[in-house]
Design a binder for this molecule. Structure first.
Ligand code: HEM
Length: 144
């Protein structure tokens, strides 16, 4: 179960990153060209939120069943001083949760904006900050 979910979490990351880059690319185009907020912009945001929520769900389950997290939990004090244990216990999950929350807030704020330019701007700011945060705490050595 753990191996399967870890593999899915690992693979869906690429879909998530592609969705984030696409939504940010659309937002940049929208802001720079003062473009109309079209259906394809709505779809880009929806895809990104769906991918982020999938990662969140998989990640939360993994956190509870991962042997690495369990080992880190067995001595939290010592884990805080160990780079790898701290990463898996706190740094990765917390940063990702904040990133997913920013994506969700960005989507809601973009939807609520009245002017099309503001919709693009809000998407750009929230998705952009979320992506930078998330990129900073992905375990890149995980393979695939
Ligand atoms: C967009 C968000 C996320 C991305 C891109 C991401 C990416 C990754 C990657 C690449 C791995 C390594 C997979 C492997 O070793 O094969 C991983 C592992 C893991 N992630 Fe995430 N993750 C995200 C969100 C989350 C969230 C929200 C949580 C928890 C709340 C979480 C918890 C974990 C856990 C527990 C592991 C397994 C660590 C282990 O057992 O060594 N992830 N994640």
């Amino acid at each position: 179960m753990y191996d399967l979910l870890l593999t899915i979490h690992n693979l869906v990351r690429w879909f998530f990153l592609a969705a984030a880059l696409y939504a940010i690319f659309k937002a940049v185009k929208g802001v720079s060209g003062n473009a109309v907020y079209t259906k394809s912009d709505v779809t880009a945001g929806a895809l990104l939120v769906a991918a982020a929520h999938t990662m969140l769900l998989l990640g939360l389950i993994l956190w509870f069943i991962s042997p690495n997290v369990q080992a880190a939990l067995s001595n939290v004090g010592a884990s805080m001083k160990d780079k790898a244990a701290r990463f898996v216990l706190i740094e990765h999950p917390l940063t990702m949760i904040i990133g997913v929350a920013l994506i969700q807030i960005g989507r809601i704020r973009s939807k609520k904006a009245y002017a099309d330019l503001d919709k693009h701007k809000r998407s750009l700011i929230f998705y952009g900050i979320a992506l930078v945060l998330i990129l900073s705490r992905i375990p890149w050595n995980a393979g695939l």
